[in-house]
Write a new protein. Structure first.
Length: 256
């Protein structure tokens, strides 16, 4: 559809250069047609006129974009919250028991009857899994004892022990996780003093292996009821006072 965009009325006498007609392209894609009518030239344009967006149209477009962005956020935020909650629940409800350990399941601090073997386990958020080491554990101890003839002896020994898997829950319920400090170490010191007191100083030197076996048997009986198995006790060193050592050496020289 053609429309009149500009009507230019001018006298051909004053401006003869425009006294012609022809076609030119309009700035907005149509064509400009100049038609001469007497002393006047009518400028006609073919094609659609350019459109200009007003403030109202711009505001409506911006509002549409804002609604689209807001709808996306309303859907994305709940989804992100759900994913975070799932990750938190997975971290709380999933637990792995390493190889060589037994898992003790507790509910609000109460020990459950069943033990958990090595592997992946699920638990309720209000439950807890305590790890008990079933591997062979060793501890070296330095202590003092007295012989039957009242000679002070400095002793260094090493104890090897394990936790019975079937009794791990019972041990945790009765003693806790510090079973070495609470039962093994005190019993080792007490049994060492008891055994050493039955031998003279010279007898202690000659029967080191026998001493170690007696201590192993005694402490094994004491801690076995808790679920602790004593592998062995090795006496690494027995040392007397300098005065007593000098006396023993002098006696040996005199005997020779």
């Amino acid at each position: 559809m053609a429309f009149v965009s500009i009507i230019s009325v001018c006298a051909a006498a004053f401006n003869p250069q425009i006294a012609h007609f022809g076609r030119e392209k309009a700035a907005y894609g149509g064509k400009i047609l100049r038609v001469r009518r007497g002393n006047a030239i009518l400028t006609l344009s073919t094609g659609k006129p350019p459109t200009y967006k007003g403030e109202k149209e711009k505001t409506m477009e911006q509002s549409t974009r804002n609604r689209t962005r807001g709808g996306f956020l309303r859907r994305a935020i709940p989804a992100a919250v759900v994913l975070v909650l799932i990750a938190l629940l997975a971290g709380v409800c999933c637990r792995t028991v390493p190889t060589g350990y037994t898992g003790i399941l507790t509910t609000f601090g109460r020990v459950e009857d069943s033990n958990l073997d090595a592997g992946f386990h699920l638990k309720a958020p209000w439950q807890k899994i305590v790890l008990m080491d079933n591997r062979v554990q060793k501890a070296t101890v330095d202590t003092q004892a007295f012989s039957s003839d009242i000679q002070q002896v400095d002793v260094r020994m090493t104890i090897a022990y394990t936790i019975n898997k079937s009794a791990a829950a019972q041990l945790y319920e009765k003693v806790g996780t510090r079973y070495y400090d609470n039962i093994i170490y005190p019993q080792l010191l007490e049994n060492t003093k008891t055994v050493f007191a039955n031998y003279t100083a010279e007898g202690l030197i000659e029967r080191r292996d026998q001493l170690a076996q007696k201590i192993t048997d005694m402490i094994g009986n004491d801690v076995g009821d808790y679920g602790v198995d004593v592998v062995n006790v090795a006496i690494e060193n027995i040392d007397f006072s300098d005065r007593f050592t000098d006396a023993i050496e002098a006696k040996q020289v005199a005997t020779q």
